[in-house]
Design a protein around this ligand. Structure first.
Ligand code: FES
Length: 109
């Protein structure tokens, strides 16, 4: 097993799940493996469904980086898309991202 890093999912006000995931997995995989609600990941991580949409906490935006052109296309149809919106299946967890905090748009929960 590789190095584990932490990621927190804020599900609704006052409900946050912090889970451990192996480096190299995506934020979406971290959510699905731990049954975090609101990340349906219908397309299995192919950047083709938009159901893994999250808002990246401001403090983490630079480290996480921007959206890919494919994500832009998916998010064009998304609900509550903000400048800090990302698709969790496109965020690969590294040591740099240990402690990452994201929140799940309300309607997805
Ligand atoms: S899991 Fe479908 S876009 Fe991320």
């Amino acid at each position: 097993m590789g190095i584990m890093v932490k990621i927190s999912f804020s599900i609704s006000k006052g409900d946050t799940r912090t889970v451990d995931v192996e480096e190299g997995a995506t934020a979406m995989e971290a959510a699905v493996r731990n049954a975090v609600p609101g990340i349906d990941a219908e397309c299995g991580g192919a950047c083709a469904c938009g159901t893994c949409h999250v808002h990246v906490e401001e403090a983490w935006r630079t480290k996480v980086g921007g959206r890919t052109p494919m994500e832009e296309e998916m998010l064009a149809f998304g609900y509550d898309v903000r400048p800090n919106s990302r698709l969790a299946c496109q965020i690969r967890m590294t040591g740099e991202l240990d402690g990452l905090a994201v929140s799940i748009p309300e309607r997805e929960v």
